[in-house]
Design a protein around this ligand. Structure first.
Ligand code: GDP
Ligand code: IMO
Ligand code: MG
Length: 434
């Protein structure tokens, strides 16, 4: 039975939460596999509007098991706050499972994130400041604190002691910052551990068993593939693996690549990016403002779910998107926010880059080169019709159908799902994913 990965195809905020909320109806287990609370996933359904940072978007179905995988960097205070907030709105979180192997975001991670960004000056990455990058650095350096360590002070104290001794030296000597108090850290994180204890479990086994029983499993990605540590616009990337490459999704929950049967890439009908770094199709004109502020009166404009920063806006970049389709091994596309284009007279898609007088159709690896490419556009007529009530492909305006068909052609991947609004039912299912 399928394990399906839902992965962001661009620079994040493509609507992954919204798509997972829709697809979760047919799944038994929904698992987050990477990143941390740098992610912000918006879900609008019959229970209201929610912004999730750590908890998987399947949580609104009380009978589903929702899992936070070993690949996630967990800030316990944020997770506990999210659980409390969901419970206060009547959402049952009793079926949530947190991997005992996940790494913990500690106070020094948030401080190092802040200090490192300051030190980079005008070369700052533009991180979300949640400490996610430094947490993954400690993980790879084999000095991270893991969920299981929180449960016994005998395990926790020596780990915090040795890592904090090192990181306090970095904070004070390298950055001139203030050291973090050991005792306060030990007590606070031990308390978090006590409160998280009922949720802690063995995630890999849960997914393995569900798969063996023939039940559907959804793996929910965070961020977007162009922020991928390996394949993204390095160094303006995140510190984990948002893509579904076998080192991403499977690794983040403990299943092998042969168990993953489909990978669905979520793409906006245009592009956005928050934070710094190259963005070839970026727009600075009225169209950008119009797209950014679409739905702003309802708090639904293009402003960061986690940080509130205005998102940078651009036309759909088919060169970057095709690259993303390739390295993710995508089987299908979910195209979101089609309705946001409803009022435009014409729509552009970038089909190639011009670099030093030559046309290229690949994404250069060096950010200084990607900064210099000039997008080559194809212009399609807009449809100037409200699509938010459409539920069948054939009922879409012909120009919208042509736009979608062209996206399929350029990306060499079928569009199986089209989203025409933020609510669960505002979708056109072309081919059922489960
Ligand atoms: P994620 O991080 O990929 O889950 O995406 P975010 O939640 O950060 O940003 C996506 C935004 O678009 C959210 O405000 C969603 O409610 C909204 N959204 C998702 N799909 C659609 C759609 O088809 N149309 C409109 N208008 N909004 C959508
Ligand atoms: P979701 O899951 C959009 C971006 C940051 C910054 C870079 C590094 O909601 O799509 P980090 O804090 O990860 O070290 O920042 O990555 N970034 C995101 N952009 N959506 C996200 O998550 C993001 N998570 C991180 O803006 O450019
Ligand atoms: Mg988001």
């Amino acid at each position: 039975m399928p394990i399906v990965v839902v992965v962001g195809g661009q620079w994040g905020d493509e609507g992954k939460g919204r798509i997972v909320d829709l697809l979760a109806r047919k799944a038994r287990v929904v698992a987050r596999y990477s990143a941390g609370n740098n992610a912000g996933h918006t879900i609008v359904n019959d229970r209201g509007e929610f912004k999730l940072h750590v908890v998987p978007a399947g949580i609104f179905y009380p009978e589903k098991t929702c899992v936070i995988g070993n690949g996630v960097a967990v800030d316990p205070e944020v997770l506990l706050g999210e659980i409390e907030s969901l419970e206060s709105k009547g959402i049952d979180t009793s079926k949530l499972v947190l991997s005992d192997r996940a790494n913990i975001i500690m106070p020094w991670h948030r401080e190092l994130d802040r200090l490192d960004e300051l030190a980079r000056g005008d070369k700052a990455i533009g991180t979300t400041g949640k400490g996610v990058g430094p947490c993954f650095v400690d993980k790879v350096a084999r000095r991270g604190i893991r969920v299981a360590d929180l449960l016994r002070m005998e395990d926790l104290r020596p780990r915090i002691e040795s890592t904090l001794a090192y990181q306090n030296k970095v904070i004070t000597a390298v950055y001139g910052g203030e050291p973090i108090n050991l005792e306060g850290c030990c007590q606070a994180y031990f308390e978090f551990g006590k409160r998280l204890a009922p949720y802690i479990g063995d995630v890999s086994t849960i997914i393995f068993e569900a798969n063996r029983r023939g039940e559907h499993v959804l793996l929910e990605g965070a961020q977007g593939s162009l922020l991928d540590l390996d394949h993204g616009t390095y160094p303006y990337v995140t510190s984990s693996v948002p893509s579904s490459s076998s080192s991403g999704a499977g690794l983040g929950v403990g299943v092998g690549p042969t168990d993953i049967s489909r990978v669905v890439g979520v793409f906006k009908s245009y592009c956005t990016r928050v934070g710094n770094g190259p963005f070839p199709t970026e727009l600075f004109d009225d169209v950008a403002n119009q797209l950014r502020d679409h739905g702003k009166e309802y708090g639904r404009g293009e402003y960061g779910t986690t940080t509130g920063r205005p998102r940078r806006i651009g036309w759909l970049d088919a060169v970057a998107a095709r690259y993303s389709v390739r390295f993710n091994g995508l089987s299908a596309l979910a195209l979101t926010r089609l309705d946001v284009l409803d009022s435009l007279a014409s729509i552009k898609i970038c089909t190639g880059y011009e670099l030093d007088g030559k046309i290229i159709d690949t994404v250069p690896s060096r950010e200084s080169v990607l900064e210099r490419v000039v997008p080559i556009y194809e212009e399609l007529p807009g449809w100037r019709t409200d699509t938010t009530e459409v539920r069948n492909f054939d009922d879409l305006p012909p120009q919208a159908q042509a736009f979608i068909r062209r996206v399929e052609e350029l990306l060499e991947c079928p569009v199986d799902l089209i989203s025409v609004g933020p609510s669960r039912e505002q979708a056109v299912i072309v081919n059922p994913i489960f």
